[in-house]
Design a protein around this ligand. Structure first.
Ligand code: 13P
Length: 256
């Protein structure tokens, strides 16, 4: 089973509406040669409509960084899945920054994953352990538990729409990336969890990204790992040439 590599830029709270649109207008031609790699940008909510419009016809997909699970309601400040329909293909769910600062839990991640799928949005479900958990040797148990909780109640057919992103918290924005072998090992463990829940065919088809201080200098090594299907990239995705290099190197490593 060949899995289509997927590079997603998570812009977090960077780039205004105008900056986001100007960036993708320059980015699109740089990525045009690499259609074998699925390319996704995740701007701020307020730039989603403009970015989606600017990327029409380019093959580059758009993702949101978060959403509520209810289709509408009295939830001041929140964005519903119905509001993302037509603007976003993907939605990042369970990012460690949302778990840390916005009260995201395994339970809300699961609700959001289900809500995304119910509204034809593809969830990129982020999981990852803290430095303390890593050093205590708890990575596999903790991350495996997060994956199991996030996927509770999802069907095998749902899994065709799901991407999992392994982002060790200690590697995010720190410049302290997990080694390619470490990342490959945890991602292999995650695939094992998916295998246990859904069987070999689903496990072999599920795309799992690595995230955490991914940059052009380490991209080839990550993408050369058999279990790693792509990257969820913060800082490097904010720079035109770095974004292009990440996609080019992913295409090179996977031979697409
Ligand atoms: P950095 O690539 O900046 O470490 O961020 C990773 C991340 O959190 C992507 O979601």
């Amino acid at each position: 089973m060949t899995r289509i590599p997927v590079i997603a830029g998570n812009w977090k709270m960077y780039k205004t509406h105008a900056e986001s649109i100007a960036f993708v207008q320059e980015l699109a031609p740089l990525l045009a040669d690499y259609s074998g790699v699925e390319r996704v940008v995740c701007p701020t909510f307020i730039a989603l409509a403009g970015v989606a419009e600017a990327l029409k016809g380019t093959g580059i997909k758009v993702g949101a960084q978060q959403m509520h699970w209810e289709p509408q309601g009295a939830f001041t400040s929140q964005i519903a899945p119905t509001m993302l329909q037509g603007l976003a293909d993907y939605v990042i769910i369970g990012h460690s920054e949302c778990r840390a600062y916005l009260a995201e839990t395994d339970e809300t991640v699961n609700k959001k994953a289900k809500a995304a799928l119910a509204h034809a949005l593809k969830p990129i479900i982020a999981v990852g352990e803290s430095l303390a958990q890593n050093e205590a040797g708890e990575t596999d148990a903790f991350v495996g538990g997060q994956v199991t909780a996030a996927l509770a109640g999802l069907s095998a057919a749902d899994m065709a729409q799901v991407i999992i992103a392994y982002e060790p918290i200690w590697a995010i924005g720190t410049g302290k990336n997990a080694s390619a072998a470490q990342a490959n090992s945890v991602i292999g463990m995650i695939r094992g969890v998916v295998r246990g829940l859904y069987g070999e065919t689903v496990a072999a088809a599920t795309r799992i990204q690595y995230g955490g201080s991914v940059k052009p200098e380490n991209m080839l090594e990550y993408m050369s790992q058999p279990e790693i299907d792509g990257g969820l990239v913060g800082g490097a995705s904010l720079k035109l040439n770095d974004f292009k290099e990440l996609v080019r190197l992913a295409a090179q490593a996977k031979g697409v």
